[in-house]
Design a protein around this ligand. Structure first.
Ligand SMILES: [Zn+2]
Length: 268
C-alpha cells in the first residue's frame, strides 16, 4: 500500500485497556500500513488525562490526536462536576481537536433517554463555546440530534461516527456541516443499506474509521480490531464506489484534515 496517500483513522480507541499490552506495536503496524494519524475520542473522565498524555508523548511513527467527551454509555459514572473538568481541559489545552465521543444511543435501554439528552446537550454547548467540531455516537436517535443541530447549529460541524442512518438523515447531517464515518461495518455483505450509502453519498463528506478495538471487519469477528485495518476499510469502500482507490484515499484524508482542523504535515 506504499504508493497510496497516507490515511487517517478518524475514530480509534487506542486508549482502551485492550491496547495496554502492545500499544506501541499496534501503532507501528498502523504506520507500516500507511496510517499517518489517528484521532482518539475520549469516552469517560478518568481516561482524559492519560489520553492527552499519550497524544503528546515523544516521537511516534503516527500522529495521535485527542477528542474529549463523555460517551452516552458511560454517563452514569459521571457527575455534573465532570463537565467543569471538561471545560478546564478545553480552556487549557490547545491540542484537543474535538468534543467527543458524545451523542445519544436509544438502542441502549439501561440508561435513561432524559439523562442522555442532558449530557449530550451540555457537551454540544461546550463545542459551540470552544468552536470545536463534535464526534457523534448516534443510534436510533438521528432525528432528535438533527433537530437539536438545526435549532442551534454547531458551526464547526463534526463527524457522525459509524453512520448507519437513512439517506435523508445523511444529507441532513451534510447540510449541518458534518462528515459521515464509515468503518468495518461496510465490509459485511448483510449491511446492504449502509453499503449502499457508502457507495453513493458525496465523496467530499466521507471519512474512514476503524473504531478499534471494536467493530472488527468481516472475517475477523471475535478478534480485536486494529487501526492497521483501515486500509481494508478503504479497499472495501473503493470496491463499492466508482472512484479509484487513490482518489478515495486522498479525499477521505482531506475531509478528515479539514473537519478536525488537523495540520497537513508533509503530504500535499
Ligand atoms: Zn467510539
Amino acid at each position: 500500500m506504499t504508493n497510496l496517500p497516507p490515511l487517517i483513522d478518524s475514530h480509534c480507541h487506542l486508549d482502551f485497556p485492550e491496547f495496554y499490552p502492545d500499544r506501541s506495536q499496534v501503532i507501528s503496524a498502523a504506520s507500516e500500513q500507511g496510517i499517518e494519524a489517528i484521532c482518539i475520542p475520549g469516552t469517560e473522565s478518568r481516561h482524559w488525562k492519560p489520553l492527552l498524555q499519550m497524544c503528546t508523548e515523544t516521537i511516534k511513527p503516527v500522529r495521535l490526536y485527542a477528542a474529549l467527551g463523555i460517551h452516552p454509555w458511560f454517563i452514569d459514572q459521571h457527575e455534573p462536576d465532570d463537565l467543569q473538568q471538561l471545560v478546564k481541559f478545553f480552556e487549557t489545552n490547545q491540542h484537543i481537536v474535538a468534543v467527543g465521543e458524545i451523542g445519544l444511543d436509544f438502542a441502549l435501554q439501561s440508561i435513561s433517554q432524559k439523562a442522555q439528552e442532558f449530557w449530550f446537550t451540555e457537551q454540544l454547548e461546550l463545542a459551540r463555546q470552544f468552536r470545536k467540531p463534535v464526534i457523534l455516537h448516534a443510534r436510533k436517535a438521528h432525528d432528535l440530534i438533527l433537530k437539536q443541530l438545526r435549532q442551534k447549529p454547531v458551526k464547526q460541524g463534526g463527524i457522525v461516527h459509524a453512520f448507519s442512518g437513512s439517506e435523508q438523515q445523511a444529507y441532513q447531517y451534510i447540510e449541518q456541516g458534518f462528515c459521515l464515518g464509515f468503518g468495518g461495518g461496510i465490509t459485511y455483505p448483510r449491511a446492504r443499506k449502509t453499503r449502499a450509502l457508502a457507495a453513493t453519498l458525496p465523496l467530499g463528506s466521507l471519512v474512514l474509521e476503524t473504531d478499534a478495538p471494536d467493530m472488527p471487519l468481516c472475517g475477523f469477528q471475535g478478534q480485536r480490531n486494529e487501526p492497521a485495518q483501515l486500509t481494508e476499510v478503504l479497499k472495501c469502500l473503493a470496491d463499492l464506489r466508482p472512484e479509484s482507490l487513490t482518489e478515495i484515499a486522498e479525499a477521505t484524508r482531506r475531509n478528515t484534515l479539514k473537519i478536525l482542523s488537523l495540520p497537513h504535515a508533509s503530504y500535499p
